[in-house]
Design a protein around this ligand. Sequence first.
Ligand code: URA
Length: 194
Amino acid sequence: MINEKERALKAIKDEILGLVSSPLYKERIKNKYFPVIGEGNHSAWIMFIGEAPGENEAKTGRPFCGRAGKVLDELLVSAGIERKDVYVTNIVKDRPPGNRDPLPDEIEIYAPFLDRQIEIIKPKVIATLGRFSMQYVMSRYGLEFELDSISKLHGKVFTTDKFKVAPLYHPAAAIYNQHLLDTLKEDFKVLKNL
Ligand code: URA
């Protein structure tokens, strides 16, 4: 039987599927892509928030299933966290063309869906992956005065009245950078201890 949570998450999916007002909608149709809504445990203690789907993600409709996803999986394993226990999503739910950064307008269109996902899943910890989700989550949830560059904030933990926020580097940045991968592994240990 479908419960309230499932119903609310399904409503988000349906709205995004019909989001013709998004400038990324026509890209979705043109390329036969899927929107990437989010995936994982609907009562997860921790939610990971990336930037926007890459090509593999848009082709499958699944978040972090390509090369950056392999790095994320490796980081989860290294911290002893199981992917089935977490929820993984992005701010922007459709793929920006050519892997470019999401534009402010696009973040504005999709962020309310992310806010609703947070409200439904109620994670105790939000781990932001990369600077876009860090900037959005921290400014949206009362941590705007703490904002700084990701090189200063990664691995720290901030507290809001709803959840803790742990800004992390984006796993894609560690694909060819062993030093950054080691840093991410250290930062993931912090998550496990929360
Ligand atoms: N990068 C992201 O930010 N999100 C994904 O889902 C995949 C790659």
